[in-house]
Write a protein that binds this ligand. Sequence first.
Ligand code: APR
Length: 178
Amino acid sequence: MTTIEVVLGDITCQQVDAIVTAANESLLGGGGVDGAVHRAAGPQLAQAGAAIAPCDPGDAKATPAFDLNPPVRNVIHTVGPVWEGGGYGEADVLAACYRRSLQVADELQARSVAFPAIATGVYGFPPDDAARIAVNTIRSTPTTVQRILLVAFEEQTRDLLTALLQEESDSHGGVARQ
Ligand code: APR
């Protein structure tokens, strides 16, 4: 059984086996959540990223977590779509980010994973649509991960995600799935 929880805060402070970062194709680090993850993991993260780059939009690749605090063991780097109005397959690419990140988490045998709101910052994906895609994709992807944290950095994102999970639990009779 997999549980999905929403938390407000910094993804680098979560007690999980793996954290997902919203990277760019170079995997060398950037601003936003990726900047925070690279600062917390230290310079070895960019070196490890460079060794497995590039990462296509919608794909995900793992590295060790280096200086991130235990229990975090791995960083899963995924590359969201740059929002160009919605007519260029952005929704499919965003769904693929969540799906592929969970597949990689399964390969790592991670029991708990934290996700940021991929593509909703610099890449400009509308937050309400992104939240719905995140919840729907996670719910429809088979995984051995037991605990999924959706980490919101803004209260608006937290409220959107919480409302979506509530909608789901109203219609399915519980927040946990499977
Ligand atoms: N913890 C959790 N979420 C965070 C944090 C943090 N420490 N810092 C920022 N966020 C949130 C943002 O508020 C936003 O809701 O992460 C979400 C994603 O925003 P971005 O980090 O800008 O990611 P994205 O829109 O996917 O753009 C990716 O930005 O930094 C570059 O290398 C990155 O080029 C890539 C692009």
